[in-house]
Design a protein around this ligand. Structure first.
Ligand SMILES: [Zn+2]
Length: 266
């Protein structure tokens, strides 16, 4: 989407900037009329296409299919991991009534997040273009700043997408564990240099330590927490695996008493 926005914008803006270059560079005392109206009309003509109801119905479809694919993957992963622990292949409840509502809410939230990307992009582009023209910058210099903004938006879109899928996964696992009557989980970190708080890793001083959460014992065993409560760390509570912090990659393994979990008191 970001690539498409940038392509459409360049197509509309480039001829305008080149056509108006002589005027705005010669304009010693720029006013907010004349060339500004024309260039704003060009930007807004493109931005309208990315806020139309047609566009919104497209992102609604993208969000709904992404959420339902993430749900299907999560259901399959959950079934596999529990069955592997138990050693028996049995079907688990994979969808509860509350979950359908949750999936719909998650889709709506994602539609809003996706919509925020063109909104922000075109707002920043207007600032860049108007500012650049006031300063008498050459069209190539303005184009370069737009390109940088495109990169910023693309990275933000990627971050949102990754974070949303991982949060969704975390929430769905928790709901499936609760629905299956699983009371405890074990937090397991990603086991590499990028794990927050890992000594000798890239982020040894991270505020929330996934490394620490996966190892501390709050009374149920190292890294073991209640599905309903999540983990505490650094004064925070309710930290669930996959949501310890943005882009947390931890998972919560279902603890099944007598199978892979042997509580001290029975
Ligand atoms: Zn984590």
């Amino acid at each position: 989407m970001v690539r498409l926005m940038a392509e459409e914008l360049v197509k509309a803006l480039d001829p305008e900037l080149k056509r108006l270059k002589r005027d705005y560079i010669a304009d010693a005392k720029p006013t907010m009329d004349g060339w500004t109206d024309e260039v704003l009309a060009a930007i807004r003509g493109v931005s309208r296409r990315f806020s139309s109801s047609l566009f919104e119905s497209q992102i609604q479809r993208v969000a709904a299919s992404t959420v339902s694919r993430a749900d299907a993957d999560n259901a399959e992963d959950f079934r596999k991991s529990v069955n592997q622990a138990v050693g028996v292949d049995f079907q688990l409840i994979t969808r509860t009534k509350g979950m359908q509502d949750y999936l719909e809410a998650s889709t709506a939230e994602n539609v809003n997040l996706i919509k925020s990307i063109p909104d922000e992009y075109f707002k920043n582009v207007e600032t860049i273009v108007l500012g650049g023209m006031k300063d008498g910058l050459a069209p190539t210099a303005i184009a370069k700043q737009i390109q940088e903004q495109t990169g910023v938006s693309a990275r933000r879109a990627k971050l949102i997408a990754r974070d949303q899928v991982s949060q969704l996964n975390s929430d769905l696992t928790r709901q499936r564990q609760a629905a299956a009557g699983i009371e405890f989980y074990k937090a397991v970190d990603a086991g590499d240099q990028r794990v927050s708080g890992a000594p000798g890793g890239k982020y040894p001083n991270a505020k929330i330590s996934c490394y620490g959460i996966a190892r501390q014992d709050i009374g149920y065993g190292p890294g073991v927490y209640k599905v309903a409560d999540g983990a505490p760390w650094g004064g925070k509570t309710g930290l669930h695996p996959g949501k310890h912090h943005v882009l947390c990659r931890c998972v919560g393994l279902a603890m099944i008493p007598g199978v892979n979990y042997f509580p001290k008191d029975g």
